[in-house]
Design a binder for this molecule. Structure first.
Ligand SMILES: Cc1cc2nc3c(=O)[nH]c(=O)nc-3n(C[C@H](O)[C@H](O)[C@H](O)COP(=O)(O)OP(=O)(O)OC[C@H]3O[C@@H](n4cnc5c(N)ncnc54)[C@H](O)[C@@H]3O)c2cc1C
Length: 445
């Protein structure tokens, strides 16, 4: 395939990827009417992780929290994330993202998107409720549709679909555009700024084997488009990578179905029992990403999540539980004898295994059970960026013309998947999109 030299186009901002980070960058940059913005999307049909996500937005100090009487702050949010990740070197980026989180969540709401505080969405390591979600819990797909519709109304920005970026254009160390493959031909887009919003590399077997081999053979619950393209283009530029061995994992993937049970189940009395009939973790104290590693070490890399009608009632409106119920992924067991049978143990041992820890609820029949295993949702390692989203080289200097955010950039989990805090994926993506988009708009103003 050749590049037609006549086919050069010129934009102010070329955004690679039309998921969470790309859309937010474009919407914010488009506020400057003097900018021409192209969002180049590999394949809307194959999709972005934002669209299959739960759409839970972590933000502290929002008006939604205030209305619920919850006292919180961006600083507390950043401290919670850093306490889990241990990655103090990333503090400036984490603090910058947490600072803008209430701004972008309220802005999304002000564009007509129905947001509420998820008071029914407790998560390990989150010191107060701070996940926000859409009312009705139609989740990421609804949010991406909403943001794409907003972009459609921006006269100076366009989302170009089936436009796969295959390389960067570089002139004397500066990034000056991208090479796009579309309809069997290549075109060059010259741009004053290029934003990498391509997400991570979880769908690329070679990169996964290189960086995440120690995760074993997890179920992959992300999209096919996360193939680490940005990493390949930026390696010749000397871009710095960080925390490549970390991923957003889930220990709540239902075996044979690929759906996930709600992480709120544990906070409503649900217990995890392994295939030997033993409890192996304090269910409330562990996040779902860290749980994946613990599950991997259990016999058969699986465990039974056992809960009851009260826990079901508290969680069944989440999209995860709706998916599980629609898929027939949850078994209903009327008596302790039936539960013991499915667990492959005696009634006495089953009764002992589901006994509550001090201060927790007693599970009452009828019971529900799902066999869960570990999976990977997205990667967390990536390009090192500064608090303004500029991609840094090995010497710590910004590569001129190049920005990155979301899963293309280093995430907030720290060096290990156990350090992932709920809501940090979209925080990185929308937060950095907000920062970069605002910066580009301001700079041109
Ligand atoms: C099942 C699941 C549930 C999740 N739930 C949550 C949640 O509730 N809260 C949360 O905070 N995080 C959640 N996450 C994580 C979150 O979805 C991601 O961290 C986030 O979507 C990353 O945003 P992004 O913009 O970097 O990537 P994406 O949203 O994946 O968008 C990247 C886009 O780039 C495009 N692209 C890739 N390569 C190219 C190329 N070469 N040329 C052009 N386009 C390209 C892709 O096609 C894609 O559209 C979840 C993830 C999964 C898989």
């Amino acid at each position: 395939m050749t590049t037609d030299p006549e086919e050069k186009r010129r934009v102010d901002v070329a955004i690679v990827g039309g998921g969470a980070c790309g859309l937010m960058t474009a919407l914010r940059a488009a506020a400057d009417p003097d900018l021409v913005i192209a969002v180049l999307e590999k394949s809307s049909r194959e999709g972005c992780n934002a669209a299959i996500s739960s759409g839970s937005l972590a933000a502290a100090g929002t008006r939604f929290q205030a209305a619920a009487g919850i006292v919180d702050s961006p600083q507390r949010h950043a401290n919670d994330i850093l306490a889990a990740s241990g990655d103090e070197e990333l503090r400036p980026v984490v603090e910058a993202l947490c600072k803008v989180a209430p701004e972008f969540v309220e802005w999304i709401a002000d564009t007509g998107y129905p947001i509420e505080l998820g008071v029914d969405m407790p998560r390990a390591g989150m010191s107060v409720p701070r996940l926000h979600a859409d009312t009705g819990r139609l989740c990421g797909a609804r949010l991406v549709r909403h943001l794409r519709a907003l972009l459609d109304r921006s006269p100076n920005a366009a989302l170009v679909d089936e436009a796969k970026v295959v390389d960067l254009l570089v002139d004397n160390g500066s990034v000056v555009g991208v090479v796009v493959e579309q309809n069997g031909s290549r075109q060059e887009f010259l741009a004053a700024a290029v934003v990498l919003a391509t997400d991570g590399f979880a769908a690329d077997p070679t990169l996964r084997a290189e960086h995440l081999g120690d995760l074993g053979n997890p179920f992959y619950a992300g999209v096919a488009t996360s193939t680490g393209d940005a990493l390949r283009w930026t390696a010749p530029l000397g871009a710095q990578l960080r925390n490549m061995g970390a991923a957003l994992r889930s220990g709540l993937v239902v075996i044979d179905h690929g759906t996930r049970v709600s992480p709120a189940l544990q906070f409503n009395g649900a217990v995890l029992v392994n295939a030997s009939g033993e409890r192996f973790v304090d269910e409330e104290s562990i996040g779902y990403s860290a749980l994946a590693g613990i599950l991997r070490r259990q016999p058969g890399e699986r465990a039974a999540m056992v809960f009851d009608a009260t826990a079901m009632a508290a969680t069944r409106e989440s999209e995860m539980m709706r998916d599980c119920l629609a898929a027939g992924a949850i078994r209903d067991l009327t008596t302790l004898a039936e539960l013991a049978d499915v667990m492959g143990t005696s009634e006495n041992r089953a009764s002992a295994a589901i006994a509550p820890r001090p201060g927790r609820r007693v599970l009452r029949p009828p019971y529900h059970l799902a066999w869960v295993t570990h999976g990977v949702l997205t990667t967390q390692g990536g390009l090192v960026v500064d608090a303004q989203g500029r991609v840094l080289d090995h010497a710590g200097a910004p590569i001129p013309g190049l920005y990155a955010g979301g899963g293309a950039a280093c995430g907030l989990a720290g060096p290990h998947s156990d350090g992932y805090s709920s809501g940090s994926g979209l925080l990185s993506a929308f937060g950095m999109g907000w920062i970069v988009g605002n910066r580009l708009a301001k700079r041109a103003a």
